[in-house]
Design a protein around this ligand. Sequence first.
Ligand code: NAD
Length: 266
Amino acid sequence: MAKKLDGQVALVTGASSGIGAAVAEALGAAGAAVAVNYHSDEAGADRTVAAIAAAGGRAFACQADVGDPEAVQNLFAKTIEHFEAVDIVVANSGIQKDAAFVEMRLDDWRKVLETNLTGQFLTAQAAARTFLRQGQRDVSRALGKIICMSSVHEVIPWAGHANYAASKGGLGMLMRTLAQELSEQRIRINSIAPGAIRTPINRDAWETEEARERLLRLIPYGRIGEPSDIGNAAVWLASDDSDYVVGTTLFVDGGMCLYPGFRDNG
Ligand code: NAD
């Protein structure tokens, strides 16, 4: 049976764990060949590749720091060497280095911006250049698709996380500007903004019963998100089913952005 992304090639950054791994697996299950980028966790990337292969898909792992322009070039070159083209790019890599604002070290501000915002810039730029160079392929209506991994903190301020919230707020405007600039060339760019998803980045928020209860008060839908919730959204945004969706941030957050504090406070 034909699958939604048959014949397409996807590149997912930060796919050795959490959301990136689930997105890579979901794209693979939907028929795409997948380049699985990792930063330092080679074993994690190998697990993602093995999971895709076990489900009948094709994948390979490739190391790169998304904040390093040469490494990003190399990541795209390796993907093309393996799979001959790139159709879908998911710029997922992201880090947190949390601190009260008055104590935040400049290094930690810079590192988060370098990975979460400059990393998105470099990945999206390499993607757009690749799509323009390779031209229209017959596997999709768009020339190419870029999905940026944002966060509900694109819009919700977050005390103690000024660097992270600034990176995601900036990403919102970067994505929309790129969508305005590149969509006439049929490059389709959107973001996914996850709410609280059970991954290593936010282990503190769900690991204990007390933390889980506190977190659930912020989620009207009453459950913590799973990485596969984001994988499913990514498959839709990467496929022609969403061909008319351009420059949008898709919030996948169980209603976290609905100001749940007001629910019991009328
Ligand atoms: P995670 O820590 O499991 O994944 C982050 C990934 O980014 C890891 O694979 C890591 O190796 C990679 N990475 C870090 N620095 C890198 C670099 N310099 N170059 C390449 N890769 C690098 O956490 P996650 O929750 O899966 O996070 C994935 C994305 O989702 C991030 O952008 C994060 O901000 C976003 N997000 C997560 C949540 C959540 O609740 N988990 C919510 C909103 C947004």
